[in-house]
Design a protein. Structure first.
Length: 228
């Protein structure tokens, strides 16, 4: 199953999270990525406007409401306690990238922290999995720091993260048991296999998993004979 790459944009209101996401979406889509967005809110939001049919359905106590038009479909269901990863797996399982806002207590996904002069000048989120910071004033950190105007730099950085996490996972199994290898050996074997696969005109972004099975035909014939 495809596992979408999640990036959580965290920070106070008015620090530029939504603006950055809206600039990044067309860049990723131009590369052929399917992009989804998720935003958490601390309070309940209105279901359509008062007096509209969907509002009336909600007021009547419907457990689920789906709005359909030829242009878009929107599904409203009651929320249950769920992590960001759970939401992605349930609603965005066939996407390549999910850009999320909020979820301040989430600690198992890559986070990009947002700061802004005069609005929020100190990180207030758990720093677990913090991979970068976006700020409009000088800031020292042990992760890359970007200015909010440098959207292209943020985009390039995120693409590198996608490559690292999606394509640098490599495990060799012999007789169904994992074999330990040094990193340079892993990189050599992985890059060789990827190069061979990509020569078949497959786009790198479409490669989710590669499986290679090498077995002894004599052993297979012997097993068949024993079964007979």
């Amino acid at each position: 199953m495809k596992i979408p790459q999640i990036f959580l944009f965290s920070g106070d209101s008015e620090t530029g999270k939504t603006s950055m996401i809206t600039h990044l979406i067309p860049l990723f889509r131009a590369e052929g990525y399917k992009v989804g967005t998720i935003k958490s809110r601390p309070e309940k939001f209105d279901l359509d406007r008062e007096g509209k049919d969907s509002w009336r359905y909600n007021e009547a106590g419907a457990d689920g409401i789906l709005l359909y038009s030829p242009e878009q479909t929107t599904l409203f269901t009651p929320s249950v306690s769920s992590s960001l990863k759970d939401l992605v797996e349930k609603y965005f399982f066939d996407f390549d990238i999910v850009l999320a806002e909020g979820f301040k207590e989430e600690n198992k996904v890559n986070k990009i922290g947002f700061l802004r002069k005069g609005v929020s000048e100190n990180l207030k989120l758990p720093v677990d999995n913090l991979i970068a910071i976006v700020t409009d004033f000088p800031y020292t950190a042990n992760v890359p720091v970007f200015h909010p105007d440098n959207v292209q730099e943020v985009y390039t950085f995120m693409k590198e993260q996608i490559y690292e996490e999606r394509h640098h996972m490599f495990q060799l199994h012999v007789n169904r048991k994992p074999v330990g290898m040094k990193n340079f050996v892993k990189d050599f074997m992985k890059n060789t296999i990827l190069a061979m696969v990509e020569s078949l005109k497959l786009k790198e972004k479409d490669i989710e998993d590669i499986s290679i099975n090498i077995s002894d035909p004599y052993e297979e014939d012997l097993e068949k004979t024993e079964e007979e």
